[in-house]
Design a protein around this ligand. Sequence first.
Ligand code: TDO
Length: 185
Amino acid sequence: MAEICVTNTGLAGLVIIEPTIFGDDRGYFLEAYNTNEFKKHGLPTKFVQDNESMSKKGVLRGLHFQTNNPQGKLVRVVTGEVYDVAVDLRGNSVTYGKWAAVVLSGTNKKMFYIPPGFAHGFLVLSDEAVFTYKCTTPYDPYSDSGILYNDNDLGIEWPISEGENLLLSEKDKCLKSFSNFKTNF
Ligand SMILES: Cc1cn([C@H]2C[C@H](O)[C@@H](COP(=O)(O)OP(=O)(O)O[C@H]3O[C@@H](C)C(=O)[C@@H](O)[C@H]3O)O2)c(=O)[nH]c1=O
């Protein structure tokens, strides 16, 4: 069993996971998920959905969450590089409204485990990025919700270059502000 290294962020339950990478002449091998290893570290082991997206440079997806059956997400990048952000929306949390970020790339192979009750989004830093994630509960289009990525109260420091054209979905351009969001997590 290949070991993972788990690093806490300042937000309870939100962790950075680094897998063991076995490199050789052919390339590399890693375990992207191993139930026993996750159990050993007290991480969730029930995932019901695997997703993949590809995005161009400057694409920003988020900040997303589901109101009814909040999803825990184990996210990583296969190729490319993104700036990945998670915002604590858990009403009873001492870090409610706080965010943490990590650069995930096809080179560093880092993963982010984002517990239920967080909003999540990412900005693509490379020409293209293939992003993949496991979810602890199924997608529910009826409780799909979100907060604007540049909400002033959240104050997320996105690494957006001068004059860069961001590409957002029509849905993401009209997300609500944090102050309008009433937590029910
Ligand atoms: C997320 C999702 C979307 N879809 C559909 C709905 C829509 O027609 C199309 C694209 O959906 P979206 O525009 O919401 O995709 P996207 O903007 O990539 O949404 C994702 O963003 C990141 C930041 C997350 O955290 C994810 O949980 C998810 O919300 O795919 C599914 O069928 N199943 C799913 O699980």
